[in-house]
Design a protein around this ligand. Structure first.
Ligand code: MIC
Length: 532
């Protein structure tokens, strides 16, 4: 095989030039907030010998970055929703600035076997949907531009001129396992034209269950490794794609490992001398007992607490104060260190064993708090561009505490928010007025990108079932009355095949005209000007 025709001197010169280019890109305002655990020489050495194709992802990433910072400056927010459908995206261009490709929706409709949002679908599922949507955006952009340019300048003001190139934000879930799969997924997303992806701290496949048990998170270190892998892949490609650091820690109940001392404060242990939970469950199963009841009975007997709560349960007020004073001299204190501090500040023995409650899959019990989420968000921030604390319910006090505490450290941090799950605002104490202004109140705290991720499930099911019933009962008369009549009478006409400027006919004609030389431009412009 022929060798690359390049001298070693030129190879080295090229490498040094690339290092300088990377350092220039990293020093630009767009990336000033980023701190990497690797350097420009490492990245330059990981690049191809030929310049990587400049990706639309970079363009769209910068566009989104500018959109979000404008919202931050103005105290406003983008309000978008989730979809997997390019046709819906063509309509989102009219009222949204961005598009969200939801993993939950992809896992429900874009895979061989659908399922609940366990993020258990192949890692290239969402990137493929982004490709489909991005190419559709390009087509609509081309279709609209060709239609406009076929008309004389003096009438163009009246023609539609939507920005179809809305930046796409996509669900990268937990990165799908090993760092290489996370990097491959990040590369697929960049090549698909995505503007931003979010990566969360969930354990793979352990997102949510219906048997009453909560989600499982990974140690802070593993979460940061995932984010680093994505940032590194973006850097290898030289792409300005944005990274949204998402924490699913709220309401999580398990953590896969205690390897990271930063998590020790929140791990629960048994504070009574009981047998391991798994032995209790196995014995109960052998006796034919109900496992959920046996689990609840064990939890009751174990008196589960964090280590600090275990100290408070046996120490005097003075001892607790002394323990906390000593503890405050350290940050992210390990259990070993906490035990050592307790031994010299508390007379009573502090019984605490986090091994006893471990689940059948070896997970440790985890007691999240806003403080725990803030700590993860702060650790992640230097690797990403935007932060999102996914919350199971709209607890306004927690929401304010989280965003306020992160901004105490990063005053200009940009935030995302998902109206996800089935938020019960009344139950969360919101008045009707507070619900009406929620998106504006969030925007005041820097929440500049807000998404209703799963309208395309609930919303489309609602209207589809309604149309199905109408069609079955009224036939075409129902269609004419409720769909075609209204659609043809809106100004401009609702987009559909009936609308010549939308369906793509003129674009196809333009190809034929150009190739076959047949020109219908003059006639076409005059004939259909009113039907667009
Ligand atoms: C936003 C989300 O990641 C999604 O996949 O759309 C899901 C939505 C949901 O399951 O309600 C999430 O919030 O985890």
């Amino acid at each position: 095989m022929p060798k690359l025709e390049i001298s070693i001197q030129d190879e080295q010169r090229g490498f040094e030039a690339e290092v300088k280019a990377i350092e220039k890109q990293w020093a630009a305002p767009r990336q000033l907030h980023l701190k990497r655990p690797y350097n420009s020489r490492t990245i330059a050495a990981l690049r191809n010998s030929i310049a990587a194709p400049s990706t639309a992802s970079s363009t769209q990433g910068v566009k989104l970055w500018n959109q979000l910072n404008t919202h931050n400056k103005n105290g406003t927010t983008e309000l978008t929703f989730g979809t997997t459908d390019p046709v819906a995206v063509s309509q989102m261009a009219k009222h949204q600035q961005t598009v969200y490709v939801s993993g939950a929706l992809c896992g429900f409709s874009e895979v061989a076997i659908p399922g609940m949002d366990h993020a258990d679908y192949p890692w290239d599922t969402v990137p493929k949907v982004v490709t489909k949507i991005f190419k559709s955006q390009l087509w609509h952009d081309q279709r609209q531009r060709q239609f406009r340019l076929r008309h004389p300048v003096e009438v163009r003001e009246e023609l539609e001129n939507w920005d179809y190139m809305a930046p796409i934000v996509a669900d990268g879930d937990m990165g799908f396992g090993s760092l290489t799969s996370t990097m491959k997924m990040a590369r697929e997303f960049v090549e698909a034209g995505v503007a931003m992806i979010h990566i969360d701290d969930l354990a793979i496949g352990m997102k949510k269950f219906t048997i009453g048990q909560g989600r499982t998170v990974v140690p802070t270190s593993e979460y940061l490794d995932r984010l680093t892998a994505v940032r590194m892949q973006f850097d290898i490609m030289g792409s300005e794609t944005l990274l949204l650091c998402r924490c699913d820690t709220d309401h999580s109940e398990f953590i896969t490992s205690v390897v990271d001392e930063r998590d020790h404060e929140y791990v629960l242990g048994a504070t009574k001398k009981v047998e391991p939970l798994q032995k209790h469950l196995k014995d109960g199963q052998a006796r034919g007992e109900d496992l959920k009841a046996a689990r609840s009975e064990w939890i009751e007997s174990a008196s589960l607490k964090t280590f600090d709560e275990a100290v408070e349960a046996v120490a005097s007020k003075e001892e607790v104060d002394f323990y906390k004073t000593e503890l405050s001299k350290h940050k992210f204190t390990s259990l070993t260190k906490r035990r050592e501090i307790a031994a010299r500040t508390v007379k009573e023995e502090v019984i605490f064993d986090w091994e006893l409650p471990r689940s059948a899959m070896g997970q440790y019990l985890f007691k999240p708090s806003v403080k725990a989420i803030v700590e993860r968000a702060l650790a992640a921030a230097p690797l990403g561009d935007v932060t999102w604390a996914r919350m199971d319910s709209p607890n306004w006090k927690d929401i304010v505490e989280f965003h306020t505490d992160v901004r105490k450290v990063f005053p200009e941090r940009l935030f995302a928010f998902g109206y996800t799950g089935d938020y019960d605002f009344a139950k969360a104490g919101f008045s009707e007025e507070e619900v009406k202004t929620l998106h504006l109140d969030l925007a005041k705290m820097g929440v500049v990108w807000q998404v209703q991720p799963i309208w395309s499930l609930q919303g489309l099911n609602l209207v589809t079932e309604q149309f199905g019933k109408l069609w079955a009962e009224e036939g075409i008369a129902g269609y004419l009355r409720t769909v075609q009549g209204p659609a043809l009478s809106t100004k401009p006409m609702t987009d559909g095949f009936e609308k010549l400027s939308y369906c793509g006919g003129y674009l196809a004609d333009a190809f034929f005209e150009t190739v076959a030389g047949e020109s219908i431009t003059e006639k076409g412009a005059a004939k259909d000007f009113k039907r667009h």
